[in-house]
Ligand binder design. Structure first.
Ligand SMILES: Nc1ncnc2c1ncn2[C@@H]1O[C@H](COP(=O)(O)OP(=O)(O)OP(=O)(O)O)[C@@H](O)[C@H]1O
Ligand SMILES: Cc1cn([C@H]2C[C@H](O)[C@@H](COP(=O)(O)O)O2)c(=O)[nH]c1=O
Length: 233
């Protein structure tokens, strides 16, 4: 009889580690970590700049970054991941390798220094694309996530939810050569979308799902309302 792998707590139950208390001078309050997610072409990149501008206007120090990428090594891994055919598990491990570097070199130091980090994709993308889209075993994803960032999840994740047919038309309209992921078929993106929605059901406090079929202006108003309500007095 096979045994069920131990289940990790839903990510809403994970509290981010508090910043170390320095002796003497008070340490800066830890920054917040906000991530944007969705299938290719859902429109998240178009909204990130608005959130960064909103936070900066509130006087916050913001670091905008992306995954895979965000460091010199991570950007080199990104090139491989987006263009080089590879085994599914290689792909998943390279995503987490780039993430490990990103966390160590950029995300953690920024948060510790009180900066806010706004990131285009994080581990929810690995769950959606590699587990949902490609069929990576969940236990392997859970193990990688627990290894690479135990106790750390974004403070807020915005998932841009869109019909893959509409998203594909948006990607095509950019005229940019599609990468290895963008060349996938509709059924792949249906599974990725379902992966995001499943992840959102498991962490309803952290993850907000937005209807990305609306106008950019309507989406932007929603995004700004959520960020204000959550973080800005
Ligand atoms: N709400 C929207 N309605 C119509 N078109 C949109 C909308 N949002 C973005 N677009 C357009 O769709 C295309 C893809 O948008 P964007 O690059 O923001 O998507 P993305 O989710 O970041 O995609 P990727 O993950 O592939 O980078 C762009 O040409 C953009 O102008
Ligand atoms: C982090 C991450 C990303 N992906 C995929 C998703 C996208 O197709 C590309 C990144 O391109 P973008 O236009 O910058 O969004 O990589 C993935 O499959 N798994 C991941 O963990």
């Amino acid at each position: 009889m096979s045994r069920m792998p131990p289940r990790l707590p839903d990510t809403d139950m994970i509290e981010n580690a508090p910043s170390a208390v320095a002796s003497g001078a008070a340490a800066p309050a830890r920054g917040r970590f906000i991530t944007f997610e969705g299938i290719d072409g859902a429109g998240k990149s178009s909204q990130i700049a608005a959130v960064v501008a909103l936070l900066q206007a509130a006087g916050l120090d913001v670091d905008q970054t992306r995954e895979p990428g965000g460091t010199a090594l991570g950007e080199r891994l990104r090139e491989l991941l987006l263009h080089e055919p590879m085994h599914l598990e290689t792909e998943a491990m390279l995503m987490f390798a780039a993430r490990r570097e990103h966390l160590a070199a950029r995300i953690e130091p920024a948060l510790e220094a009180g900066r806010w980090v706004v990131c285009d994709r994080f581990s929810d993308a690995t769950f959606a694309y590699q587990v949902g889209g490609r069929g990576l075993e969940r236990a392997k994803f859970d193990a990688l996530e627990a290894w690479v960032h135990p106790g750390l999840q974004p403070d807020l994740t915005l998932v841009f939810d869109l019909d893959p047919a509409v998203a594909a038309a948006r990607v095509a309209s950019t005229g940019v050569d599609p990468d290895r992921f963008e060349r996938e078929q509709r059924d792949f993106f249906e599974r990725v979308r379902a992966g995001y929605l499943e992840r959102a059901r498991r962490a309803p406090l952290r993850i907000c799902v937005l209807d990305a079929a609306r106008t950019p202006e309507a989406i932007r108003a929603d995004v700004e309302r959520i960020v204000r309500e959550r973080f800005l007095p």
